[in-house]
Design a binder for this molecule. Structure first.
Ligand SMILES: [Zn+2]
Length: 277
C-alpha cells in the first residue's frame, strides 16, 4: 500500500484499529527474528555488536531501481545484512568495530548524544561504563528525548560526541543540521554522520522542496528522502567546519574480517571532528 493511501486510511479509521495493527505488525516482526535465529544457526558470520554467530545474517533493504542504478552503498536490497539477534546492519557493525575495537574514542568518559538510535547500538552504549548516554529523535515514540537535528536543545559545546546515521538524507537543509552538530560539540569532539552514498554520482542530487512521496521514492530511493549523496559528501561536511577522517573497512579488518562481520567493502565511516580552535 502506498504511503499516502496508508495515511488517508489511518485518518479515517478509529485510532484503536491502527494501534492493534501496529502491535500485530511488531509481533509478526519479532516472530520473524525468533524464527531466523533458529533457521540461521551456525558459525559463518559473527556480529561484533552482540557477539553472536550465525550461518548468515538476514536479508535487508528494498530493491529500489534508482538505488541500483546509482550503486548506492548502504541502501537497497542486501542478502547477508541484518543480525537475527540484535538486528545490527552492516553500518552498525562497522561503527561498533571502529569505536570499540580500533579507536580510543570510548577509552575515556564521554557525553554522547545518539540521534535516531539504532536498536542494536542503543544497549551497548547504554551499558558502556565510559558513556553518559543521551538519545533523541524527531518522533518522541522512538527515543527518550524529542529532538530536531537542525535545532538541538543543548547549549553550545556541551557534548563530547554525537552519532546520527542515515538521517541527513531526510533533512531539507542538511547543512543547517551539520552546523548544529558542530555547535553542540566541544572543541575536539567527534560526530559520526553516516549516509547512503552513490558510487555512480560525483555530485549529490537533491530537491529539498519535493514533497510528493511517490516522486521522492522514484528520484531518491525512499518516500521520505530528499537527496542521494554523491562522492562529494565529505566535502559538504568539511564546508560546514568539520575536520574529516574517512575510515575504510579494510583499514580495520583483513579480508576474512569483512566476510566474518558481513561488512560492505565500499561503506566508509566518516569521522567528523570539531577543530580545537
Ligand atoms: Zn548482533
Amino acid at each position: 500500500m502506498q504511503r499516502q493511501h496508508k495515511e488517508a486510511l489511518k485518518n479515517r479509521l478509529p485510532s484503536f484499529v491502527f494501534s492493534v495493527y501496529h502491535s500485530l505488525r511488531i509481533l509478526i516482526i519479532d516472530i520473524g527474528y525468533a524464527w531466523a535465529k533458529v533457521q540461521l544457526v551456525g558459525k559463518t558470520v559473527t556480529c561484533p555488536v552482540c557477539e553472536r554467530s550465525f550461518r548468515a545474517f538476514r536479508p535487508g533493504g528494498k530493491g529500489i531501481e534508482i538505488l541500483k542504478q546509482y550503486q548506492v552503498v548502504g541502501a537497497g536490497f542486501r542478502l547477508n545484512s541484518i543480525c537475527p539477534h540484535c538486528r545490527s546492519k552492516e553500518r552498525d557493525r562497522l561503527l561498533w568495530l571502529y569505536l570499540n575495537d580500533y579507536s580510543s574514542l570510548l577509552a575515556t568518559p564521554i557525553r554522547l548524544l545518539h540521534m535516531a538510535p539504532e536498536v542494536s547500538l542503543k544497549p551497548v552504549f547504554q551499558n558502556h561504563p565510559n558513556v553518559e548516554y543521551l538519545n533523541g529523535d524527531l518522533d518522541p515514540k522512538l527515543a527518550d528525548l524529542e529532538l530536531d537535528l537542525t535545532q538541538l536543545d543543548f547549549p553550545d559545546e556541551s557534548l563530547d560526541a554525537l552519532i546520527c546515521n542515515h538521517v541527513l538524507e531526510h533533512i531539507p537543509d542538511d547543512r543547517r543540521a551539520m552546523r548544529e552538530v558542530l555547535r553542540v560539540l566541544k572543541p575536539g569532539g567527534w560526530a559520526i554522520l553516516q549516509v547512503p552514498i552513490a558510487q555512480k554520482l560525483d555530485t549529490t542530487i537533491e530537491d529539498p522542496e519535493l514533497e510528493d512521496p511517490v516522486e521522492r521514492e522514484k528520484r531518491f530511493g525512499q518516500y521520505d528522502h530528499v537527496r542521494i549523496y554523491g562522492k562529494d559528501y565529505g566535502e559538504r561536511l568539511k564546508s560546514c567546519g568539520f575536520d574529516l577522517t574517512v575510515v575504510t573497512p579494510e583499514s580495520l579488518v583483513a579480508e576474512e574480517g569483512i566476510w566474518k562481520y558481513a561488512l560492505l567493502r565500499k561503506e566508509h565511516l566518516f569521522v567528523a571532528r570539531k577543530p580545537r580552535q
